[in-house]
Design a protein. Structure first.
Length: 402
């Protein structure tokens, strides 16, 4: 007999088979079998899913290209291109507009009722497009050179024949000259870095950033402005209003009033039948043959007036640093003259009945005196120069009648 807990008993228990240690029930065996079966089925399903290829997506239909208006290919340098001129009928009351970045523009009036325009460069003809808008009684023709047509161009030029009765609404070029001639209607011009020349048109409004403006034989008014460049205007039937920031101004033969201003430049007005108003911050002023009243003022420069004065007229001339001289006819109507200078002299060729004055040689001199009935009013003011009234010759007073 072996006692429980003895070494022999422990050895017998340790050498017993493993399945004898804990018996397995039927229920546990069934659960294990089911679990293994489900695991196998799941793995088989996963393998089958991985081996079965997915159906491919149907390819997308290619997008149709956008409909665009065909643009001509830019010609290579030296290539000759056949381009038809633009021809558009334009009735009375019609308007023209032309714009370009680099082209020079030439517009000339003719006796036909159509607009005919072409564009050329040193490489030959170039395409020119026209857009017509508005109703027939007030239609507008807009001309321009497409960008693709000027890629290789230099010295591009737009030439337009226009009915004489048509109005030029605007001509614009950033880097080209502009010329207009022989039109009865008005003309408006905006130029960047080119010159402007206008001959024989109805009226003119012109502006230039850096270029000369010249206008001759204008039937109506002239308005012109330039930032860098001079202005020449002659033979104008209407009013003249011109200004230059840095440039000289010359106006000749104006039938109406004249207004001219310059920040830095000389100004000359010759033979104006109306009133003349002239001013410059730095420049000399010359007025000859003025039919109406006159006013001239400059900060640095001389002022010279030579004209017959009229009964009851008003004339004011002033310079801070320069002489002021007024030459009138030898037998003028009566006038009252006020002559002022700080450090210069006062001189007159006509005997004045003095109303007031200072002794000769004194500083800050001012003299007021009458000649004849004293109806016309003359004021000459020079801070550091001479104020003078001169008796001119009869022949000199007829300069504008020649």
């Amino acid at each position: 007999m072996v006692a429980f807990g003895s070494p022999v008993a422990w050895a017998q228990e340790s050498n017993a088979p493993a399945h004898a240690q804990k018996p397995v029930t039927r229920t546990e065996t069934t659960r294990t079998t089911v679990t293994r079966t489900e695991t196998a089925k799941s793995a088989a399903t996963r393998v089958e899913s991985e081996q079965t290829p997915k159906p491919a997506k149907p390819p997308r239909a290619p997008r149709a290209p956008r409909a665009t208006s065909p643009e001509p290919e830019a010609p290579e340098p030296g290539e000759t291109v056949q381009v038809e001129p633009v021809v558009v009928k334009l009735g009375r009351g019609g308007r023209l507009a032309v714009t370009s970045r680099i082209a020079s523009i030439k517009v000339k009036g003719w006796d036909k009722d159509t607009v005919e325009a072409t564009a050329t460069s040193e490489n030959g003809p170039r395409q020119l497009k026209a857009e017509v808008t508005g109703d027939p009684s007030r239609s507008r023709v807009f001309l321009y050179v497409p960008a693709t047509s000027r890629r290789h161009d230099s010295e591009l030029q737009i030439m337009v024949n226009l009915p004489r009765y048509a109005e030029v609404e605007t001509l614009e070029s950033q880097n080209g000259d502009i010329e207009v001639a022989d039109l009865d209607g008005g003309v408006a011009i905006n130029s960047g870095n080119g010159s402007v020349t206008v001959l024989r048109v109805g009226s003119l409004k012109a502006a230039s950033r850096a270029g000369e403006i010249e206008a001759r034989n204008i039937k109506g008014e002239v308005t012109a402005k330039t930032f860098q460049g001079g202005i020449i205007v002659s033979d104008v039937a209407g009013r003249v209003d011109v200004s230059a920031t840095n440039g000289d101004i010359e106006v000749r033969n104006a039938a109406g009033d004249v207004r001219a201003t310059s920040a830095s430049g000389d100004i000359g007005v010759h033979c104006a039948k109306g009133r003349a108003e002239v001013s410059s911050a730095s420049g000399s002023l010359t007025l000859v043959g003025i039919g109406g009243d006159a006013e001239a003022s400059t900060a640095s420069g001389d002022v010279a007036f030579k004209s017959a004065i009229r009964t009851g007229g008003t004339y004011r001339m002033r310079s801070i640093s320069g002489e002021v001289e007024m030459t009138v006819q030898p037998d003028p109507p009566g006038f009252t003259a006020t002559m002022i200078t700080y450090s210069g002299e006062i001189d007159t060729a006509f005997p004045l009945k003095l109303d007031s004055g200072l002794p000769a040689g004194a500083k800050n001199k001012q003299v007021t005196g009458r000649y004849g009935d004293g109806q016309a009013r003359i004021t000459l003011d020079s801070f550091s120069g001479t104020a003078r009234i001169v008796k001119g010759t009869a022949a000199a007073m007829k300069e504008c009648n020649r």
